[in-house]
Design a protein. Structure first.
Length: 383
């Protein structure tokens, strides 16, 4: 517990330190931006003074320095207007824009938004207005903080994703280990039950009772086999999917209340599919149990197998409460459940068995609130 608390404190210190570093970088960037912006303003004020000198120049005026100041501006876009707003001159603006009145007027509006104009009063009562924009360097600096924040966000997302994936992988190993240990623990009393069953047969106990107990023991062996396969690649066999599905269906039908009306429909001929019998049985069991839960133990449940060319489709329909459309995908997420009890792993596990192990597809085919739901599982057939 102490180690965990220390780990959390360290994590929060690192987060706080990262936040401080980011804040300092952004603040320094903003400071540099303001310094450069002020420097460009001073350059433009010098440019305005040079323009004023040229406008008032006579034959005795030294114009070399003003010309040099004006010609040295190679980066800052400029539009010079008269006091009526008419454009007199432009600098560092594309010639096509400068010679097009509409585009030049649009560009002028843009510059007005970027910086306050510099007023040039070259003679009393007569003015020119200098509008200027930010240089390319300043524009790059302006977007630098945004790029920096995006990089940090992406890096943070990458670290979080790596951390989450590592944590999930560790949890998966833990659950797989627990499942295998559970299978191992069940094995011992199961062996004893098999021995007691043989004694019951030898003592001529009622055959029906023995048969039902034998079915339950077989079921326990299947469950043990399922748990032992978690975390390892299952062995697939070419089996008749109708027979495999009906075996699970028959067992479940005999174990549930008569208030659930079961029905099963399938083609007469065998349909071969590459599957793992224990895991396929688990799929059918999860779908049937979910359907019965949705009906609260009372209603109609239908299992239909259809041969659809290259695919075989298993549809499990119920007359339960239905699923809202916005939950069609989320019901397959780990932890999602509408029941007061349970961990919400049934359909998530079913999806993994169907899609990862059997390379099939599972989806909510259709559902209506208070009318029922049809789940569909599809597999490729073996030719």
């Amino acid at each position: 517990m102490q180690f965990s608390n220390r780990k959390n404190v360290t994590r929060w210190i690192l987060i706080a330190a990262s936040f401080v570093i980011i804040t300092l970088i952004l603040w320094n960037t903003y400071t540099f931006f303001q310094i450069f912006k002020n420097e460009e303003r001073i350059k433009m004020e010098h440019w305005a003074e040079a323009q004023k000198t040229l406008l008032n120049a006579d034959e005795n005026t030294e114009v070399e320095l003003p010309f040099k100041i004006i010609s040295n501006n190679k980066t800052i876009p400029i539009i010079l207007t008269n006091q009526d707003g008419g454009i007199i001159n432009t600098s560092n603006i594309d010639e096509k824009i400068a010679t097009n009145k509409i585009q030049a007027a649009t560009w002028l509006k843009k510059l007005k938004k970027e910086n306050d104009p510099i007023v040039i009063e070259y003679v009393p009562g007569k003015f020119q207005y200098l509008y200027y924009g930010d240089s390319s360097l300043l524009n790059k600096l302006k977007y630098y903080p945004i790029a920096l924040v995006l990089i940090i966000v992406l890096f943070g997302a990458l670290v979080y994703n790596f951390y989450k994936s590592t944590k999930m992988a560790t949890q998966n190993k833990l659950w797989a280990g627990m499942a295998k240990e559970t299978a191992h623990q069940i094995g011992t009393p199961l062996s004893s039950l098999i021995g007691w069953l043989e004694i019951m047969k030898a003592d001529n106990v009622d055959a029906t009772t023995v048969s039902e107990i034998e079915k339950d023991i077989t079921r326990l062996q299947t469950i043990t086999d399922r748990f032992s396969k978690i975390g390892s690649e299952p062995v697939l066999e070419i089996r008749d999917i109708i027979t495999e599905t009906q075996e699970s269906y028959d067992y479940l039908q005999s174990r549930f209340s008569k208030q659930v009306v079961f029905s099963f429909k399938a083609p007469k001929k065998a349909i071969l599919v590459s599957l793992n019998p224990a895991l396929h049985s688990w799929t059918i069991e999860n779908l049937v149990k979910n359907a019965i839960d949705a009906m609260k133990g009372r209603g109609k449940l239908a299992v239909v197998i259809e041969d659809d060319g290259k695919l075989v489709k298993i549809k499990v329909s119920d007359s339960g409460k239905g699923i809202p459309k916005n939950q069609f995908k989320s019901i397959f997420e780990p932890g999602f459940t509408t029941k007061k009890r349970g961990w919400g792993l049934g359909l998530s596990l079913t999806k993994r068995i169907v899609e990862e192990y059997h390379k099939g597809k599972i989806k909510v085919l259709n559902s209506e609130i208070n009318k029922g739901t049809t789940m569909q599982v599809s597999f490729k057939k073996e030719v």
